[in-house]
Design a protein around this ligand. Structure first.
Ligand code: NAP
Length: 287
C-alpha cells in the first residue's frame, strides 16, 4: 500500500518513520525542497517532492500541514489524486476542518493523534510517537465506511488506541484537556517571568520537576497554540471562563482564610485526578 504524507514536520515526519518501519511505502510532499531532502536522508519517506503529483499512486494521504493550511493543501492535492484515494488529516481541531473538506472530497476521514512534543519541523520527528496514545477519528454520516476502515487499519498499525466521536464533541473535549492547559501553562510562564528580576533568578534556580511538568505545554510551538485558539475559539473561551471561575473561587477561599474549604477542594481534586485518568483507560474504544 502507498501512503502519502503532506507536511513533513513533527507529526508528518513521525508518521513517516513509523509507517516505513511497518513496511508501507511512504511518499512525502512538503513545502520546502530542503525539508524533502532531509526527510529522505532521515528515512522518513521513500520518495519526497514539493510537487503533489508524486501522490498520484497514493492509496491514503495524511494531511499534516498546520491547521490554517489544511484546506488549501487539500485543494492543491485534488487535481493529482485518484478518486479512490482516502484523505485524512491530523489537525488538532475537527469541526471547521471536517465541514470544509467533506463537501470537496467524499473519501475524507477527520483524525487527530493525541501525541506531540514541544518541538516542530522535520528535525523533531521521532519514532513511536503514537504508540499507546489515543488517536481519534471523527467520521460523519456521509463518510464511506471503507474509508474509515482503511484509516483505522493504519492507526492500529501505529500502536495507537483508536477512538471515534463527532467533530463537535472532539473540539469540546480537546478544549478541556489540550487547548485550556496550553493557555493555563502559558500564563504560568508569563507570571513567573514578570516578577522582580532577583526573584525570577532565584525561582529559576529552584525550579524542579513540578515547574517542568506544569510549564511544558505552555512552552510549546506558538503557531500551534494560536491555531488552537483561532479554530476552536468558542470552546476554548468556554473552558477558559470555567477555569477563571474556579480560580476566582480558590482566590476567595485564600483571601477569607477558609482553610477547611480549601482543603476539602484539594482533597476532591486529589481523588478526582486518578479517577479521571483511570476512567479514560477503561473507556470503550472503537470496535
Ligand atoms: P510542524 O512541525 O510545524 O510541521 C508542519 C509542516 O508543514 C512543516 O514542516 C512545513 O513543511 C509544512 N508547512 C508549514 N506551513 C505550511 C503551509 N502554509 N503550506 C504548506 N505546508 C506548510 O507542525 P506539526 O506539529 O507537525 O503540526 C502539523 C499538524 O498536526 C497540525 O495540523 C496540528 O494541528 C497537528 N497536530 C500537532 C500536534 C503537536 O503536538 N504538534 C499534535 C497533534 C496534531 P516545510 O518544512 O516543507 O515548510
Amino acid at each position: 500500500m502507498n501512503i502519502g504524507i503532506v507536511g513533513l514536520g513533527l507529526i508528518g515526519g513521525s508518521l513517516g518513520l513509523d509507517l516505513r518501519s511497518r513496511g508501507y511505502k511512504v511518499l512525502g510532499v512538503s513545502r520546502r525542497e530542503q525539508t524533502c531532502t532531509q526527510a529522505i536522508t532521515r528515512g522518513v519517506v521513500d520518495h519526497a517532492s514539493v510537487n503533489p503529483a508524486i501522490l498520484a499512486t497514493a492509496d491514503i494521504v495524511f494531511i499534516c500541514t498546520p491547521l490554517a493550511a489544511i484546506l488549501q493543501t487539500v485543494e492543491q492535492l485534488i487535481p493529482h489524486l485518484s478518486l479512490e484515494t482516502v484523505l485524512t488529516d491530523v489537525g488538532s481541531v475537527k469541526l471547521p476542518i471536517v465541514e470544509a473538506i467533506a463537501p470537496v472530497w467524499d473519501n475524507f476521514v477527520g483524525g487527530h493523534p493525541m501525541a506531540g512534543t514541544a518541538d516542530s519541523g522535520i528535525e523533531a520527528a521521532v519514532p513511536n510517537l503514537f504508540s499507546l496514545k489515543p488517536y481519534v477519528l471523527t467520521p460523519i454520516a456521509t463518510t464511506p465506511t471503507h474509508a474509515v476502515k482503511a484509516v483505522e487499519e493504519i492507526v492500529r498499525h501505529l500502536g495507537a488506541t483508536l477512538y471515534h466521536c463527532r467533530p463537535y464533541d472532539h473540539d469540546r473535549a480537546v478544549s478541556l484537556i489540550s487547548h485550556l492547559p496550553v493557555m493555563v501553562s502559558a500564563s504560568l510562564i508569563t507570571t513567573c517571568m514578570s516578577d522582580e528580576p532577583d526573584v525570577v533568578k532565584l525561582a529559576q534556580q529552584l525550579a524542579s520537576s513540578g515547574f517542568r511538568d506544569t510549564s511544558r505545554v505552555g512552552g510549546g510551538n506558538p503557531e500551534l497554540g494560536v491555531m488552537m485558539a483561532q479554530y476552536n475559539k468558542e470552546e476554548l473561551l468556554r473552558s477558559l471562563q470555567h477555569y477563571h471561575h474556579n480560580l476566582e473561587a480558590l482566590i476567595n477561599l485564600i483571601k477569607q482564610e477558609d482553610w477547611t474549604s480549601l482543603k476539602q477542594q484539594l482533597e476532591l481534586n486529589q481523588l478526582a485526578r486518578p479517577q479521571f485518568l483511570q476512567d479514560a483507560s477503561a473507556m470503550p474504544k472503537a470496535p
